[in-house]
Design a protein around this ligand. Structure first.
Ligand code: PEP
Length: 250
């Protein structure tokens, strides 16, 4: 049985004060849930968010990190620094990092390995653009991203990896994949993971859907057999919206 994982991705939003206000409200209205709830926040808010969520079932994640432990990498944040704060998750390979910051599969692979080495769970993001989907390249794009991003991992390492399928055309656009499109793509992901590792890894790996998931469409998406959770951008910024998505994971 795969557990649901509902993770917010705040992107470059919220000051430290706003982050703490959100967590206070979230804790007050948090529904009873068996889902793992994660809030991924800007680096500046992580320390206080970890302290504010101690003893709760809300885990804190970062939105990116360096693959290096330390050194002359001005402006970077290392896995050791995140671990030291009590951060548990890290989003890696988000399409905005791939597109705007030109992160390659090899660079994301190094980060995934570093996260596993340091006991952080990567939310490893993959997804196709609209042009790629329309050209019939969904499977080959996902295969390249998965094979490249997870290269060198052992089957056992996959117990510590969450995959987030995020069609780029659905991120921040208000256009959501249909439940059929999401489920189909998740099956494609499981098949690629099965070929790369084995059938048991593919059956057990948690796959989140991301791309304009919100309070209105979450229940339907999360009801699909292969959808094990959500990575939520815009709708994770207000606690009242986020809890509706958490409540839909049942
Ligand atoms: C995201 O940033 O990962 C995301 C899915 O954003 P949104 O929910 O706003 O589409």
């Amino acid at each position: 049985m795969r557990q649901y994982i509902i993770a917010g991705n705040w992107k470059m939003n919220k000051t430290n004060r706003e982050a703490l206000e959100f967590i206070t409200e979230l804790k007050a209205i948090m529904p009873a849930t068996k889902a793992q709830v994660v809030v991924c926040a800007p680096f500046t808010a992580l320390s206080d968010l970890v302290k504010a969520t101690e003893g709760s079932n809300i885990a804190i994640g970062a939105e990116n990190m360096s693959s290096k432990d330390s050194g002359a990498f001005t402006g970077e944040i290392s896995p050791l620094m995140l671990k030291d704060l009590g951060v548990k998750y890290v989003i890696l390979g988000h399409s905005e990092r791939r597109e705007i910051f030109k992160e390659t599969d090899a660079c994301i692979n190094a980060k995934v390995k570093a996260a596993i080495t340091h006991g952080l769970t990567p939310l490893f993001c993959i997804g196709e653009t609209l042009t790629q989907r329309e050209a019939g390249h969904l499977v080959s794009v996902l295969k390249t991203q998965i094979n490249g991003g997870l290269e060198g991992l052992m089957a056992d390492d996959m117990k510590k990896v969450v995959i987030a399928y995020e069609p780029v055309w659905a991120i921040g656009t208000g256009v959501t994949a249909t439940t059929a499109q999401a489920d189909e793509a998740h099956v494609v992901v499981r098949n690629i993971v099965s070929a790369m590792f084995n059938a048991s890894v593919a059956a057990n790996v948690q796959i989140q859907y991301g791309g304009s998931m919100n309070a209105a469409n979450a229940e339907e998406l999360l009801g699909k057999e292969n959808v094990d959770g959500g990575l939520i951008g815009g709708a994770s910024l207000k606690a009242a919206d986020f809890v509706k998505i958490i409540a839909a994971a049942k």
